[in-house]
Design a binder for this molecule. Structure first.
Ligand SMILES: Nc1ncnc2c1ncn2[C@@H]1O[C@H](COP(=O)(O)OP(=O)(O)OP(=O)(O)O)[C@@H](O)[C@H]1O
Ligand SMILES: [Mg+2]
Length: 161
């Protein structure tokens, strides 16, 4: 998928996300995780005047003004397991908002069972391949809606049937 297509599918996810949706993002540096989260935020209705930028240095950004609150988490700089506890992630992960987490696997054992995991593979300077996994009730329902929405746009997401 090119940039425009990735933006469209991520926006579509924002439109179909439910309270409590957790989106884990995997992909190398510069794959497009933050890019994806920005589009997801727009799909939630977050206005352009609210910047959606990488929370690398603060780890968590709370992004207001969408249909649901968005917690944007970037675990890149999280190097100590102990830091996790200080983030108050539980409140986000099991709350009524949408939580998008860059460098998902760094969450380790704290990864919730109910999650939609999006792997962004770099296939070229402008080409990406997205692969989705869904587990748990919320994520599975959101995935079904997301898959339909993207198929209706003529875009095919790789993921569970
Ligand atoms: N098909 C594409 N999909 C997404 N982003 C793309 C695509 N093609 C080019 N890009 C560009 O790749 C860059 C991705 O940067 P981004 O900050 O989103 O990556 P990241 O995965 O969050 O990196 P980091 O690991 O540093 O957080 C953006 O500048 C974006 O415009
Ligand atoms: Mg990023």
């Amino acid at each position: 998928m090119n940039r425009v297509e990735v933006r469209r599918v991520a926006r579509a996810l924002g439109r179909v996300a439910a309270p409590g949706t957790v989106v884990g993002l995997e992909g190398e540096l510069g794959a497009g995780k933050t890019f994806f989260v920005e589009a997801l935020a727009r799909g939630l209705g977050v206005p352009r005047s609210v910047a959606v930028t990488s929370p690398t240095f603060t780890i968590v950004h709370v992004v207001p003004r969408g249909r649901l609150v968005l917690y944007h988490v970037d675990l890149y700089r999280l190097d100590r397991e102990a830091d996790l506890g200080e983030l108050g992630l539980e409140e986000m992960l099991y709350g009524e908002g949408v939580t998008a987490i860059e460098w998902w696997s760094r969450l380790g054992a704290a990864r919730p069972d109910d999650a939609l995991v999006v792997r962004i593979e770099v296939r070229g300077a402008r080409e990406r391949e997205l692969e989705v996994e869904a587990s748990g009730k919320i994520a599975t329902e959101v995935w079904q809606r997301w898959r339909k929405a993207t198929a209706a746009m003529g875009l095919v997401l790789k993921g569970p049937a």
